[in-house]
Design a protein around this ligand. Structure first.
Ligand code: GCV
Length: 663
């Protein structure tokens, strides 16, 4: 087996599988109602051949009319939906449209890859979320903001790269149901500002065509101040007639030159990026101006809500960064154009290992919303430490916002079920780069895969996703499946245990965000404080403190407001609590901090040991890659454990009840 080739294709490696009676279904394929010349249909057929040849040794014969063993049929149904049915030795794949056909094809191949028998198969699915997007934070010089797996495969030296990986990428994305991709960083600077000009149109169009073959809409991040930087205007004021006219003409040009363009993502008035606030205008004013410019072409504007004051004084206990998203956006609920979607990070701070769900999600009742999560492991271990994030994403999706009876979970809101809207969905900051294995740590590909699958079918459990990913990516040997599940499923909680406790977050090395630095951000301008002193720790966000808890609907607001009813995993996010406070476990807060840090390290050691047991059972390169990462994770976990424990021991003077070594 060519190991390298194998690992490059991730879960689409299509190596030989047990037939399980499946080979016969791929022998004779017929199309009904679909045009074989359509680009997406072609991709589906191509994939079918590649998968059947690789996994089953069968080369499908695509023929006209029946009898056939696999009928690919156009049928009515919800957009992007499909149904699969096996009857009398024939499988019928009904696609509501070409994308449905493509997704159904990948479904079939997934089952083959998992060595499941297709006999008696019967499923009918449509995606739960209209938009299922990956956001790249790739810069045109080839670097990736918060990238932990090499450089960009879209850009280098301020130019666009198109190669074999571009198509491999599009296939991988389509196979998990991704239907939109933003290729460049939301911090749009220098050359990236020029992506919407003749300098790059040709290559951008070629790139977008590759995505079109796989039913993926192409998006770009925009520089809000392009009117100044490209247009030579003196302003980016959304009410300025010259600015409005410039964008109208620019959008006409963009949509004419980039055939598969879906719209734009905008980070404005955030972390130094320009925006409408400069001109005394609201976020809605800025978003609507752009939305009007893209509306004639069916385009959408995805506007990020990550707007906060990053020049805070740490002495100021009243200003609360957690409040900012809600405070900046709630007042304009309902003021946005129909083709604007607000993209909201899952938590009110910034992708910490544990945060409450942002109160803006569902807080907004008349505005299109998209959830933004981070698959790139910025604060969750840099794809060195293993941290399977799907359980966290599921918690967010299942959260009851209490915005509307019967349809109040975040999943309801972002799927469009709450408001009956179609411009809604979910996006993730992606964890890929040009490393041979795409994601740095091979196990981090479980997050890459899992996000797409969850976005398509929110009801899938974190474990079900692994039951797919492990056999497709590593091996279907039960020992491998069980061991890897045993590592991945608890890994988020393990990471949480040895890092910052009970929702307080941060305590990371500033800027880099890997490794422990308890006070790294404590006296800085970013609004990210733990407020620890010799008596206790935590930020008072109750009505006696910053009042953040009041941004939720009841009963969440009261639950968070009260230290007794606040979920303990978020205790320090909402309250300043004495070290001697008794938790429900009967332990004091300080003892919990000590215990969880010792436990977290021990669990990480257990993962590393378990992986050792897979030597010879998984591909050698993959084995070595993950083993090397575990070595680094253990170093990191030990530093975290000992620095956090020592810090709080020195501050509180309270000894560990179990007398373990604290420095
Ligand atoms: C793209 C955090 C990250 C930044 C990122 C920002 C954002 O602050 O550290 O690198 O910038 O979030 O989401 O815009």
């Amino acid at each position: 087996m060519d190991g390298k080739k194998d690992w490059k294709q991730l879960w689409l490696k299509y190596d030989r599988k047990a037939d399980a009676g499946n080979g016969k279904f791929f022998e004779k394929v017929a199309l009904e109602g679909f045009d074989a010349a359509d680009r997406v249909v072609k991709s589906a057929l191509c994939e079918l051949t590649r998968g059947a040849e690789g996994m089953l040794g069968v080369t499908p014969k695509v023929q006209e009319g029946t009898p056939c063993t696999l009928l690919l049929k156009k049928a009515t149904g919800d957009p992007e939906g499909y149904a699969l049915k096996e009857e009398n030795g024939q499988i019928t794949l009904e696609g509501a449209d070409e994308k449905g056909l493509l997704y159904g094809t990948f479904h079939l191949l997934r089952l083959v890859s998992m060595e499941k028998s297709l006999a008696g198969l019967q499923v009918s699915l449509r995606p739960d979320n209209p938009l299922r997007m990956y956001n790249h934070w790739d810069n045109m010089d080839g670097s990736i903001e918060r990238g932990y797996s090499g450089e960009s495969f879209f850009f280098e030296n301020d130019d666009i790269v198109i190669n074999e990986r571009t198509k491999d990428y599009a296939r991988l994305m389509a196979s998990i149901g991704i239907n939109g991709v933003v290729i460049n960083n939301v911090n749009v600077k220098q050359a990236a500002t020029w992506l919407i000009t003749d300098r790059f149109f040709d290559k951008v169009a070629r790139l977008s065509e590759i995505f079109a073959d796989y039913g993926i809409k192409f998006f770009l991040s925009l520089n809000y101040a392009a009117t100044i930087e490209l247009g030579g205007l003196g302003s980016a004021d959304p009410f300025d007639a010259g600015v409005i006219a410039w964008w109208k003409a620019k959008m006409q040009e963009c949509f004419a030159k980039i055939p598969n363009l879906g719209g734009f993502l905008v980070k404005a008035d955030s972390e130094g990026r320009p925006g409408p606030f400069t001109y005394g205008r609201t976020q809605a004013d800025g978003a609507n101006m752009l939305a009007d410019a893209v509306a004639p072409y069916g385009g959408i504007i995805i506007w990020r809500c990550f707007v906060y004051n990053c020049m805070q004084d740490w002495r100021d206990y009243k200003t609360d960064r957690a409040r900012a998203g809600y405070d900046n956006f709630i007042g304009m609920d309902g003021d946005y154009r129909e083709n604007v979607i607000l993209q909201i990070k899952n938590g009110p701070m910034d992708f910490q290992i544990r945060e409450p769900v942002s109160p803006l999600l569902g807080g907004l009742k008349k505005t299109n919303q998209m959830l933004e999560v981070q698959v790139a492991q910025e604060y969750t271990g840099h794809q060195i430490d293993v941290c399977y994030l799907i359980p966290m994403f599921k918690e967010v999706l299942d959260f009851h916002t209490f915005c509307k009876e019967g349809a109040d979970t975040v999943a309801d809101v972002i799927s469009g079920r709450t408001m009956g809207n179609k411009n809604a969905g979910i996006a993730a900051v992606i964890n890929t780069g040009n490393d041979a294995n795409w994601t740095g740590n091979y196990l981090a590909a479980a997050n890459l895969y899992g996000f797409g699958r969850l976005a398509f079918q929110t009801s899938l459990s974190a474990e079900e996703i692994l039951d797919e990913w492990i056999p497709m990516s590593l091996s279907s040997d039960p020992q491998v499946v069980e061991t890897v599940k045993g590592i991945l499923l608890p890994s988020r909680e393990t990471y949480e245990k040895y890092t910052s406790p009970l929702g307080i977050g941060w305590m990371v090395t500033p800027h880099d965000h890997y490794g422990c630095s308890v006070d790294g951000y404590e006296y800085d301008r970013w609004g990210t404080y733990h407020r620890a002193d010799h008596l206790g720790i935590g930020v008072d966000r109750s009505d006696r403190g910053t009042g953040y808890a009041q941004q939720y609907y009841e009963p969440n607001a009261s639950a968070y407001n009260n230290v007794e009813t606040c979920p303990e995993e978020l205790l320090l996010f909402f309250h300043h609590v004495p070290y001697k406070y008794l938790l429900k476990s009967g332990k004091t807060l300080i003892q919990h901090i000590y215990d969880s840090h010792f436990e977290g390290y021990d669990e990480a050691e257990g993962f590393a040991r378990a992986w050792e047991g897979l030597e010879g059972k998984v591909d050698g390169e993959i084995f070595a890659n993950v083993k090397e990462r575990f070595g680094m994770q253990l170093y990191n976990a030990r530093e975290w454990r000992d620095q956090v424990n020592s810090y709080f021991h020195r501050l509180s003077w309270i000894p560990d009840e179990r007398g373990r070594r604290i420095y």
